[in-house]
Structures are given as structure tokens and as C-alpha cells.
Design a binder for this molecule. Structure first.
Ligand code: PGA
Length: 246
């Protein structure tokens, strides 16, 4: 039985005051049966860590560098993130793939860098609306995952995978539980061919997950939790989703 995981992706939202409010709201709302984490903007990770001391809520970043260290202005290394206690790093979010031209290989290299420092990469894959309409969903997500499998080889079992259809992110359009499950099953099958740990790995769904659709999504055989954007910014909403994963 895989333990569910719910991860909040705050994206580029928040400030010190609003974060403090959100985090104290979450502390009051927990604990939950599921594993819970928040991935916050870089400048707020340390304060988040302090606020979450003694709670079950883990924390992480929304990206990491593929490089170990050096002259890479603006980059943040996995060693630095490990140094401040990050458990997770989201890599390959569709917003980074689209707005920062991140290739499948770069995403795989970032996942590798995170793992090298004991950080669990949450690797995002997902198709655009045009790709879905062209019948390419399977092809696209398998290609994105294949790069990670090829790069991580036997370590692939250590990642968390997140299926996030691009057309469902921040749009209010959610994949139906059946649509999501179908893709999760494809991904699980691909993982099975690569590692014996496939059935223990967590595959999260992301894309307009809300308190009122979370339970049905999480009830699907291969959906092991969620990666939550908009609904992670309000303690009551995020907490309800964490409860739905219990
Ligand atoms: P959303 O974002 O929940 O706001 O759709 C999900 C994500 O981008 O991870």
C-alpha cells in the first residue's frame, strides 16, 4: 500500500506575512494521515523550515540547478537546498518547460542532481491541449519520463512522479479521474519496465485539484496523491485536500 503524498506548489506567490498566516493555518489544521509537503519560493524556504519545526509537514523547492556548483548566476544548487533541509525539489514543471525552455534532458539532469544530495525530485510530466487533441498524450509523457529513466538508471525508483496535464493547470479544467488514471497506469507500466520499485513509487496528479474533486482522483488505483497549485494557497483548502488523501 502506497502512502499518499500531497504537495503544495506555491509558485511565485506569497510574502513573509501571508506565508506565516498560511503556515500557521496548516499547523492548526494537521496532522493528516497522508504525507504532506509545501514547495515554496527560494527566499522563503528557511523561514518555512523554522515555522514547520516539529510538524509532519515537509518542505522543498520548486526547482534546482542541474549543476553542482560554480559560475551559474541566479542558480540554486541541490547541495544548498539539502543544506537548508529540503526534502523535495519539483523539477520539470510545465511552466519551467514552457517559459524557460527546459528540455527533457535538462529536467532529467536536475532530478539527478537533487538525488545526489538526498533530495527527492518531484518530476513533472504532462501533455498540452494540442498534444492531447492530436492523440499524443501517451507518446509525450512516455518521452518525458524516458529521459529521466535513462539518466537515473537504477535510481529511478527514488523519485516521485507527477502527471500534470498542461491544459488542466490553473484553468479549473481537471482531468476526469478516469482520464488521469489512464495516464497514471501508462506511467506505472513504464516504470515497471525500469525498476522493481515501480509499485512502491508515488505518482501524483496535478491540475486544478480542489477540495471537492480530490477524493475521487485519489481513489484511483494509480493516483497516489496530488501536486496542488492554486488550492495550496489557502490553509482551509489545502488542508481539506490533505484530508481527502487520508
Ligand atoms: P493548479 O496547479 O492546482 O493551480 O492547477 C497545479 C500545478 O501547477 O502544480
Amino acid at each position: 500500500m502506497r502512502k499518499k503524498l500531497v504537495v503544495g506548489n506555491w509558485k511565485m506567490h506569497g510574502n513573509r506575512a501571508s506565508n506565516a498566516l498560511l503556515l500557521s493555518g496548516l499547523k492548526e489544521a494537521g496532522p493528516w494521515t497522508a504525507d504532506v509537503a509545501v514547495c515554496v519560493p527560494f527566499p522563503y524556504i528557511t523561514e518555512t523550515a523554522l515555522a514547520l519545526t516539529g510538524t509532519q509537514i515537509a518542505y522543498g523547492s520548486q526547482d534546482c540547478s542541474a549543476h553542482e556548483q560554480g559560475a551559474y548566476t541566479g542558480e540554486v544548487s541541490s547541495a544548498m537546498l539539502a543544506d537548508i533541509g529540503c526534502r523535495y525539489a519539483i523539477v520539470g514543471h510545465s511552466e519551467r518547460r514552457a517559459y524557460h525552455q527546459e528540455s527533457d534532458q535538462l529536467v532529467a539532469d536536475k532530478a539527478k542532481a537533487a538525488l545526489a544530495h538526498g533530495i527527492t525530485p518531484i518530476v513533472c510530466v504532462g501533455e498540452t491541449l494540442a498534444e492531447r487533441e492530436a492523440g499524443q498524450t501517451e507518446h509525450v509523457v512516455k518521452r518525458q519520463l524516458a529521459a529521466v529513466i535513462h539518466t537515473l538508471t537504477h535510481c529511478i525508483g527514488e523519485i516521485v512522479l507527477a502527471y500534470e496535464p498542461v491544459w488542466a493547470i490553473g484553468t479549473g479544467l481537471t482531468a476526469t479521474p478516469e482520464q488521469a488514471q489512464a495516464v497514471h497506469a501508462v506511467l506505472r507500466q513504464q516504470l515497471r519496465a525500469a525498476t522493481q520499485k515501480a509499485d512502491a513509487m508515488r505518482i501524483l496528479y496535478g491540475g486544478s485539484v480542489k477540495a471537492d474533486n480530490a477524493a475521487l482522483l485519489f481513489a484511483q488505483a494509480d493516483i497516489d496523491g496530488g501536486l496542488i497549485g492554486g488550492a495550496a494557497l489557502k490553509a482551509a483548502d489545502f488542508s481539506a485536500i490533505c484530508r481527502a488523501a487520508g
